[in-house]
Design a protein. Structure first.
Length: 115
């Protein structure tokens, strides 16, 4: 079982990044997907979620209107499009797959927003 995040890096305030989460070793379409983030010295916080069928999404208030979560079950991937980035978005971003039996986490990808 693997979840591998990619797409992180350095962005300027107001810029954009697109994170990807590639899954393998399990039936991706059976799992809800969440994105979390953890800034240095802070607790991990929930960012966004999408249901297993992709029909419903949810966002933390701090990112609503700027971030968009999506998934492609045929490719076993999920994405987080991040627009209008702010320095406060700097964190390690994690992908999580979960259902009522199992939860899997990726190792994260660093996002740094700085001028």
């Amino acid at each position: 079982v693997q979840l591998v995040e990619s797409g992180g890096g350095l962005a300027q305030p107001g810029g954009s990044l697109r994170l990807s989460c590639a899954a393998s070793g399990f039936t991706f379409s059976w799992y809800h997907i969440d994105w979390y983030r953890q800034a240095t010295g802070k607790e991990r916080e929930w960012v966004a979620a999408i249901t297993s069928d992709g029909e419903s999404t949810g966002y933390a208030g701090s990112v609503k209107g700027r971030f968009t979560i999506s998934r492609d079950n045929a490719r076993s991937t999920a994405s987080l499009q991040m627009n209008n980035l702010e320095p406060e978005d700097t964190a390690v971003y994690f992908c999580r797959a979960s259902n009522n039996r199992y939860t899997y986490w990726g190792r994260g990808t660093q996002v740094t927003v700085s001028s």
